[in-house]
Design a protein around this ligand. Structure first.
Ligand code: ZN
Length: 189
Protein backbone atom coordinates (compact mmCIF):
# COMPACT_ATOMS: atom_id res chain seq x y z
CA UNK A 1 0.00 0.00 0.00
CA UNK A 2 1.11 3.50 -0.79
CA UNK A 3 2.40 5.60 2.09
CA UNK A 4 0.54 8.77 2.93
CA UNK A 5 2.16 12.17 2.71
CA UNK A 6 4.10 13.25 5.82
CA UNK A 7 4.71 9.66 6.87
CA UNK A 8 8.22 9.02 8.16
CA UNK A 9 10.06 6.54 5.97
CA UNK A 10 13.31 4.65 6.30
CA UNK A 11 15.68 3.80 3.44
CA UNK A 12 14.15 0.97 1.39
CA UNK A 13 10.57 1.70 2.42
CA UNK A 14 8.06 1.32 -0.41
CA UNK A 15 6.48 4.64 -1.40
CA UNK A 16 4.46 3.81 -4.51
CA UNK A 17 4.73 2.48 -8.03
CA UNK A 18 6.29 4.21 -11.00
CA UNK A 19 2.85 4.21 -12.60
CA UNK A 20 1.61 6.44 -9.78
CA UNK A 21 4.63 8.70 -9.32
CA UNK A 22 7.83 9.93 -10.84
CA UNK A 23 10.70 9.23 -8.50
CA UNK A 24 11.90 12.53 -7.05
CA UNK A 25 14.76 13.50 -4.73
CA UNK A 26 15.57 11.05 -1.97
CA UNK A 27 13.96 8.09 -3.72
CA UNK A 28 15.00 5.35 -6.12
CA UNK A 29 13.13 3.17 -8.57
CA UNK A 30 13.49 -0.57 -8.81
CA UNK A 31 11.38 -2.93 -10.91
CA UNK A 32 8.55 -0.44 -11.24
CA UNK A 33 8.45 0.48 -7.56
CA UNK A 34 9.65 3.64 -5.83
CA UNK A 35 11.48 3.33 -2.54
CA UNK A 36 12.89 5.82 -0.04
CA UNK A 37 16.65 6.36 -0.28
CA UNK A 38 16.85 8.49 2.90
CA UNK A 39 15.24 8.77 6.30
CA UNK A 40 12.65 11.47 5.87
CA UNK A 41 9.13 12.61 5.23
CA UNK A 42 7.34 11.74 1.97
CA UNK A 43 6.41 14.74 -0.12
CA UNK A 44 4.07 14.24 -3.07
CA UNK A 45 4.08 16.89 -5.78
CA UNK A 46 0.54 16.56 -7.10
CA UNK A 47 1.25 18.72 -10.16
CA UNK A 48 4.11 16.59 -11.43
CA UNK A 49 2.87 13.50 -9.63
CA UNK A 50 6.33 12.94 -8.25
CA UNK A 51 7.27 11.53 -4.86
CA UNK A 52 10.27 12.82 -2.89
CA UNK A 53 11.70 12.18 0.54
CA UNK A 54 12.58 15.32 2.50
CA UNK A 55 15.41 14.59 4.94
CA UNK A 56 14.37 14.66 8.55
CA UNK A 57 16.44 17.15 10.53
CA UNK A 58 14.92 17.12 13.99
CA UNK A 59 17.39 14.66 15.35
CA UNK A 60 17.83 14.57 19.13
CA UNK A 61 19.76 17.47 20.58
CA UNK A 62 23.07 17.17 22.35
CA UNK A 63 24.00 20.12 24.59
CA UNK A 64 26.97 22.15 23.32
CA UNK A 65 29.13 24.80 25.00
CA UNK A 66 27.18 28.06 25.00
CA UNK A 67 23.75 26.41 24.90
CA UNK A 68 21.28 27.56 27.52
CA UNK A 69 19.51 24.62 29.12
CA UNK A 70 16.39 24.36 31.23
CA UNK A 71 16.34 21.93 34.12
CA UNK A 72 15.21 21.11 37.61
CA UNK A 73 17.39 21.08 40.71
CA UNK A 74 17.61 17.47 41.84
CA UNK A 75 20.25 17.71 44.55
CA UNK A 76 22.25 20.27 46.49
CA UNK A 77 25.70 19.35 47.74
CA UNK A 78 28.05 21.62 49.68
CA UNK A 79 29.79 22.95 46.57
CA UNK A 80 27.66 21.73 43.65
CA UNK A 81 24.03 21.95 42.54
CA UNK A 82 22.83 19.05 40.39
CA UNK A 83 20.29 19.79 37.66
CA UNK A 84 18.23 17.31 35.63
CA UNK A 85 18.34 18.90 32.19
CA UNK A 86 15.00 18.79 30.38
CA UNK A 87 15.46 20.95 27.29
CA UNK A 88 17.89 23.09 25.36
CA UNK A 89 16.61 26.64 24.91
CA UNK A 90 15.65 27.21 21.28
CA UNK A 91 15.27 23.46 20.73
CA UNK A 92 12.22 22.96 22.94
CA UNK A 93 10.53 20.75 20.38
CA UNK A 94 13.44 18.33 20.32
CA UNK A 95 14.01 15.60 22.79
CA UNK A 96 17.42 15.41 24.39
CA UNK A 97 19.60 12.62 23.07
CA UNK A 98 19.98 11.37 26.60
CA UNK A 99 18.49 12.53 29.83
CA UNK A 100 21.41 14.35 31.29
CA UNK A 101 22.39 15.68 34.66
CA UNK A 102 24.25 18.97 34.73
CA UNK A 103 26.22 20.46 37.60
CA UNK A 104 26.61 24.05 38.71
CA UNK A 105 29.74 24.49 40.81
CA UNK A 106 29.58 27.07 43.59
CA UNK A 107 32.16 29.19 41.69
CA UNK A 108 29.91 29.34 38.60
CA UNK A 109 26.71 30.57 40.26
CA UNK A 110 27.34 34.27 39.92
CA UNK A 111 30.09 36.81 39.59
CA UNK A 112 30.44 37.14 43.36
CA UNK A 113 31.60 35.01 46.25
CA UNK A 114 28.99 32.47 47.29
CA UNK A 115 29.36 31.16 50.82
CA UNK A 116 26.31 28.95 51.01
CA UNK A 117 24.67 27.71 47.83
CA UNK A 118 21.42 26.93 49.64
CA UNK A 119 20.87 30.72 49.58
CA UNK A 120 21.04 30.58 45.76
CA UNK A 121 19.07 27.43 44.86
CA UNK A 122 16.39 25.21 46.32
CA UNK A 123 15.42 21.61 45.72
CA UNK A 124 13.04 21.28 42.70
CA UNK A 125 13.69 24.85 41.47
CA UNK A 126 13.55 25.35 37.70
CA UNK A 127 16.76 26.91 36.42
CA UNK A 128 18.30 28.28 33.25
CA UNK A 129 22.00 27.54 32.97
CA UNK A 130 24.61 27.98 30.25
CA UNK A 131 26.74 24.99 29.27
CA UNK A 132 30.43 25.77 29.94
CA UNK A 133 31.72 22.20 29.55
CA UNK A 134 29.77 19.90 27.25
CA UNK A 135 31.55 16.70 28.29
CA UNK A 136 30.90 16.96 32.02
CA UNK A 137 27.81 19.17 31.53
CA UNK A 138 29.06 21.88 33.79
CA UNK A 139 26.68 24.81 33.84
CA UNK A 140 27.00 28.45 34.78
CA UNK A 141 24.22 30.74 36.02
CA UNK A 142 26.41 33.85 35.92
CA UNK A 143 24.40 36.42 33.93
CA UNK A 144 21.22 38.46 34.36
CA UNK A 145 19.10 36.12 32.26
CA UNK A 146 20.38 32.96 34.00
CA UNK A 147 19.47 31.37 37.32
CA UNK A 148 16.23 30.36 38.96
CA UNK A 149 13.05 31.02 36.96
CA UNK A 150 10.66 29.20 39.29
CA UNK A 151 11.18 28.35 42.94
CA UNK A 152 9.06 26.66 45.54
CA UNK A 153 8.79 27.39 49.25
CA UNK A 154 11.03 25.14 51.33
CA UNK A 155 8.37 25.06 54.05
CA UNK A 156 5.10 24.51 52.21
CA UNK A 157 6.04 23.82 48.54
CA UNK A 158 4.03 26.78 47.18
CA UNK A 159 5.53 28.64 44.20
CA UNK A 160 7.37 31.71 45.51
CA UNK A 161 6.54 35.21 44.26
CA UNK A 162 9.27 37.68 43.47
CA UNK A 163 9.53 40.79 45.60
CA UNK A 164 12.51 42.83 44.33
CA UNK A 165 15.61 40.82 45.18
CA UNK A 166 13.94 38.21 47.35
CA UNK A 167 11.16 35.66 47.01
CA UNK A 168 8.13 35.47 49.23
CA UNK A 169 5.72 32.61 49.78
CA UNK A 170 2.11 33.77 49.21
CA UNK A 171 0.90 30.99 51.54
CA UNK A 172 3.13 31.02 54.62
CA UNK A 173 4.95 34.33 53.98
CA UNK A 174 8.35 32.68 54.26
CA UNK A 175 11.08 34.84 52.68
CA UNK A 176 13.75 33.04 50.66
CA UNK A 177 16.67 34.08 48.50
CA UNK A 178 17.78 32.68 45.17
CA UNK A 179 20.11 33.46 42.27
CA UNK A 180 17.10 34.90 40.46
CA UNK A 181 17.00 35.06 36.65
CA UNK A 182 15.61 38.17 35.00
CA UNK A 183 12.63 36.21 33.68
CA UNK A 184 11.62 34.81 37.07
CA UNK A 185 7.91 34.07 37.29
CA UNK A 186 7.07 35.44 33.85
CA UNK A 187 6.81 32.03 32.24
CA UNK A 188 8.97 33.48 29.45
CA UNK A 189 12.01 31.34 29.00
ZN1 ZN B 1 5.42 28.66 52.12
Amino acid sequence: MQKTKSALVMPGDFIGTSEEFLNGAGTYEEAGNIYAANIGIIDIDTKEMSASVIPRTDTPSVPKVGDVVIGRVSDLKSSVVLVDIARIKGHENRELATSDRGAIHISNIKNAYVKDLSHEFGFMDIVLGKVIDAKTLRLSTDGKDLGVIKAICSRCRTVLKREDDTLKCPECEHIETRKIAEGYGTGVI
